[in-house]
Design a protein around this ligand. Sequence first.
Ligand code: ADP
Length: 464
Amino acid sequence: MEKNIVWQRALASRADRQKALRQRGAVLWLTGLSGSGKSTIATRVEKALIEGGRAAYLLDGDNLRHGLNGDLGFSPADRDENIRRIAEVAALFADAGMIVLVSAISPYRQTRSDARARVEKRAPFCEIYVKASVAACAARDPKGLYARAMRGEIAEFTGVSSPYEPPETPELTLDTERMSVDECVEAVLLAAQRLSIPYDALLRTAVSASLEAGRAIMEVYGRDFAVSYKADSSPLTEADTAADGLIAAALQRDFPGYALLSEERADDPARLGNPFCFIVDPLDGTKEFVKKNGEFTVNIALSYRGRSVMGVVYAPVLDELYFAAEGLGAFYCPAASKADDPIGTAEPIRVSDRHENLVMMLSRSHTDDETRALIEANRSRIAETRPAGSSLKGCLIARGAADLYYRNGPTMEWDTAAVQCVAEQAGAVFRQGDGSEMTYNRADSLNRKGFYIINAAQNQLRRL
Ligand code: ADP
């Protein structure tokens, strides 16, 4: 390779591209025998994505053999080179922001795993096994190739005279002998939607909105302010209202297609029909704010089909920022308001690996008899209890500074959505009190069952 070549750095960032296209590039790689259904499914998915306003492109293995790969045959070495080139092109298209569908037999496991590695340097990769038996494919024989291969007219035909190695752990399997074309298309569309969530752009918007809200909150914190009380007797200050306005404006400006649920905003029930919903608590811990102990936070989350997939928690007085997104991990940035690039300089965080001498977080204002009984029943394992306000408790567990938090009483969706993502992406277990998954963007926003956050499943506390 030419050694006098210097990599030219782009001025446009990944987040810039994602914001412009309102999606993240991704590669959905369909592998399977000839006639299994790859092209039928991929062409329909491509059409549906384009019609839905998405930037998508199908790289069809057969079509590419007319141009880019026109010099290659079907020997194992040529098949490998064929896939290597397709993977490189797919990676570039995905880096440019496209949702790329690859339809290629890609018969060898190792070659597919190399393709994944090439793509994953730049974009997410989803292996989709389009499954059908040789007998079924030969019976369909859409291109008449099986008949010719079985007569010996085509050498090295996959499934007949050349091997096919099925994926062992594909992200998705489409059994085209059992599923209809429509069902297969729907499953791939769902995978494309999930994979193309523009996390870099989302985090940039949410982090900067949280810092901006933090500045507005600090302005109120530094002077006298009036406190009013809402119908549920929780306190409300100008800081809540100001922070809410700033956050909503930023989210709606950059992601107008996403719904928004905020503690301080009239609820729009249309959000229930949107797979994407921001869930915001502009000032979690208003009691702590009023008491001026500094333990309050700004919380911004994104829920996708009921799961919290992105979370940002910012504590303005401590100037500590936590953020996380599905597949990217969880991060911590101290002195966030002074950082030039809080996202770029944040450090990855993990839960602790402690299994004894556990540190248990307690609520500042809600410790009840049930919690006291829980501590009593697990005395030998808990070394210390530590009170803190707001979602900071879960963030401290995510950072490994504490290990457990049990909340028995009710909370609201916006109290838990952001911290759940931060905790889970840092390796913690987050469950409702009865052990079930917490879901989001619900008709009833009250979390009725309590919840717990623990650094490891085995550290679950014993209840009396
Ligand atoms: P490939 O691209 O994998 O070589 P094709 O899409 O060209 O396969 O051909 C698949 C054939 O199987 C088509 O004739 C299609 O109508 C038929 N078929 C039957 N059921 C399905 C299914 N569930 N998904 C995709 N194709 C199916």
